[in-house]
Design a protein around this ligand. Structure first.
Ligand code: SF4
Ligand code: SF4
Length: 380
């Protein structure tokens, strides 16, 4: 397994022609309406593939050499057939992970996913202050529930299986409490990725960076606080903390927060927009190809179609996707820039590979007690 992974990584680093990361949005439905998110609105009304269609998508993703498949939504646990989905995906793609808000997880629906070979799971958690998490998710009493699910997930996953990770959105609302959250995640032996909030699509107007700077934060206090925090996280990472972001990502997040500039995309210098579809892309609930989870492709391309692998290898298709991506103003999500740097910068490549190897060599998770975890809630 390790030898196969190493060969796969080397070929992706040298050629950048087969996807390292595909996000499969199994459903557009979600049990939450988080203020900074517009995924449910964007995917609204799209049909969802039955298990046979999902198997066909997984078959094609395997045939084009996909390394990591992230099953997400909306909320993937809204699919009652999720264990069967994990099973068919694991038959075709080496690493399969879930991205979830966690609230619908039970022992009955997670244990069969783990038994089917699920490799890891990422849960959304932005603060240890109940009021802040409630405001972000719109759900009263949500934080103790998330912590309860973290305990369940932790104790169901075998200690050497993972990574188990927290995805935390960095915004003016969460910045002050982020050090506490990072310390908590470290303490339970998980890892954390911190991602600056993005320009929303209406419902999350209070989180729109550029507006927030001019209107809600005239003194630019948040960018200053966030810059100090990001420097601190980079230093903690150097000392071995389980911060999943690369140091480069942390360093360049500050100008993104201040100005919205996405420095990792510099087509005037390098001739590329982003690395979709060569290194990453997304699949929507109906099985259609998408440039990424945020930016769709103008025409419908069916990833479940038997002809998809052949189409994917055609230079004309890649050029078409590149043109579509070039029309996008850019993003600073935790995945796409990181994978572009990983496969375009030797330094980032070795930093990421070393972090992964270290997490395998030195697993830090142990059994958790709910009462102790609930004791980590903060007042505020
Ligand atoms: S962030 Fe996740 S949990 Fe929240 S509304 Fe969006 S898809 Fe649902
Ligand atoms: S830069 Fe645009 S098209 Fe490329 S991954 Fe980010 S949002 Fe998608």
């Amino acid at each position: 397994m390790l030898a196969r992974d190493a060969a796969d990584l080397a070929s992706k680093f040298l050629l950048r022609s087969t996807p390292f990361y595909v996000q499969f949005q199994l459903t557009g439905r979600c049990n939450l309406r988080c203020r900074p998110c517009c995924v449910p609105q964007r995917l609204q009304g799209l049909a969802e593939l039955p298990i046979a269609g999902i198997a066909a998508v997984a078959e094609n993703l395997g045939r084009i050499g996909t390394t990591n498949l992230v099953l997400t939504g909306g909320e993937p646990f809204l699919r009652p057939d999720l264990p069967a989905i994990v099973e068919v995906c694991k038959r075709r793609v080496p690493h399969v992970r879930l991205q979830t808000n966690g609230l619908l997880i039970t022992e009955e629906n997670l244990a069969p996913c783990v038994a089917a070979g699920l490799d890891g799971l990422t849960i959304s958690l932005d603060s240890l202050v109940p009021r802040v998490e409630e405001e972000l998710t719109g759900r009263p009493g949500v934080l103790p529930l998330i912590l309860e699910k973290i305990v369940l997930i932790n104790n169901l996953f075998p200690p050497r299986r993972g990574p188990l990770a927290v995805n935390a959105i960095l915004s003016a609302a969460t910045c002050a409490g982020m050090r506490d959250l990072v310390g908590f995640v470290e303490g339970i032996g998980w890892s954390i990725a911190v991602v600056p909030v993005h320009v929303g699509c209406g419902s999350g107007e209070g989180f729109v960076l550029r507006q927030q700077q001019g209107r809600d934060d005239p003194g630019q206090e948040y960018p200053r606080q966030a810059g100090a925090l990001l420097q601190d996280l980079a230093a903690r990472k150097t000392r071995g903390a389980a911060v999943a972001n690369s140091r480069r990502y942390l360093r360049e997040a500050e100008p993104f927060i201040r100005t919205g500039e996405t420095r990792w995309r510099q087509p005037w210098r390098t001739g590329w927009a982003c690395d979709s579809p060569n290194l990453y892309f997304a699949v929507r609930p109906d099985g259609s190809f998408s440039v990424c989870h945020d930016f769709s492709f103008p025409e419908r391309v069916d990833v479940a179609d038997p002809g998809f692998p052949e189409l994917f290898r055609k230079p004309e298709f890649r050029a078409r996707v590149k043109d579509a991506a070039a029309a996008c103003p850019g993003c600073y999500y935790g995945c796409y820039p990181e994978y572009t740097w990983m496969f375009r910068s030797p330094r980032n490549f070795f930093e990421t590979c070393w972090g992964y190897a270290w997490s395998l060599l030195r697993p830090r998770r142990r059994r958790l007690e709910l009462s102790r975890v609930l004791g980590c809630l903060r007042a505020g």
